[in-house]
Design a protein around this ligand. Sequence first.
Ligand SMILES: Nc1ccnc(=O)[nH]1
Length: 456
Amino acid sequence: MSEPSFLPEARAFRLRNARVPAAFLTGGVPAGAPLDGDGCALIDIVVADGAFAGLLPAGGSPEALPAADLAGRQVWPRLVDAHTHLDKGHTVARTPNPDGDFPGARGATTADRTRYWDAEDLRRRMAFGLACAWAHGTGAIRTHLDSQESAGEGALRDQAATTWAVFREMRTAWAGRIALQGVGLTPIDAYATDYGRRLADLIADSDGLIGGVTRPTGGLHGGALAEIDALLDRLFDLARERNRDVDLHIDETGDPAATSLDAVARATLRHGYEGRVTCGHCCSLALQPDAQAAATIARVAQAGIRIVTLPTVNMYLQDRQRGRTPRWRGVAPVQELMAAGVPVAVAGDNCRDAFYAYGDHDMLDTFRAAVRILHLDHPLAGAPALAGPVPGEMMGLPHAGTIRVGGPADLILLPARSLNEVVARSHAGRIVVVAGRPIAARLPPYEALTGEAAPW
Ligand SMILES: Nc1ccnc(=O)[nH]1
């Protein structure tokens, strides 16, 4: 990630012969630009004052401007990670998940949160995660923030206040580098209580989104349909009163009886909240009978709900039993959702915590894994949309995850010519460009988490 000698220092310059997936060119592929078999256009990019000033077919940019010739290498926008948990990150060493499954993750997280999560601990781990994301070339992140009421003397209320205060501090500190959004995460039952109303106020005061985890309606976890409808009504009322969008954790289980996605779609329509709701996970949808899943997907499309799939974490947590090889990848039926016109984004979710032991806040890595896990290939042409323009639109950020005239010249320059070469390698040698300049940042060493000196 060193400064490339070939990027001109001028106020205005050209990147010649850049190969850009058409999925990122949301203002349209420049007329006359040749497209390869994977839907990538060969173009010249004009940058002026840190923004995209022109996109032209290769060879069409003004000769007078200084230029760097990318010789047909891939140029991507900075990517968008629309579902993360920065507050939990990098806790795996001190509080491991004993079984690697979902109940183990919840138990270990509660233990870790109760024991360690003061402002300083949150600040150190969140800053580390953001520094990783920055160096890898992520331009926008939405993070869920554990906000449930804690047991004991006001402790729960204090946790949410502490966490959201650190989040607001981080959002200010990183403004101009990474756009941050926060979502409250609590069992949705909380919104029926006095605590829930105070939490909704805290979220609104922090310019965040109302969120939570719906309980599966029946099956493993019990709970009646009428009850979830009433709880969702309460949640949507609180959101509407505060003019907040909604982002929920939905049906993250292999139990096909978990059908809260359909309940959320019905609630969205009931409350006129079309276009303002995002649902993450939706794993059980993949295991329901085809006709039932199709009916739910149709209602999700009608309600203008966006779906976020978290393939690395779902594959890790779902269908896990000690001594038995998993038979299911754990993911939502993404191809069927997209075929019905539902916007689907891919995101990283957890990073080195009880819900997922691995990860590095690298959206390019998440994208590459998503291609493999979800079969987003043959052809690859549509896949980049899930990591750029779709989550950017989901976050309400008009230019994030796109290369279009007027947007900030934020790019990832990849030592790869085709989409196959992008997906095949991990690309430690990428160059991240922000506002037209390469950033010098390197990945933070793990020693930064513990305050030790790095040997090199
Ligand atoms: N997959 C997840 C569910 C709930 N909380 C998390 O942090 N992650």
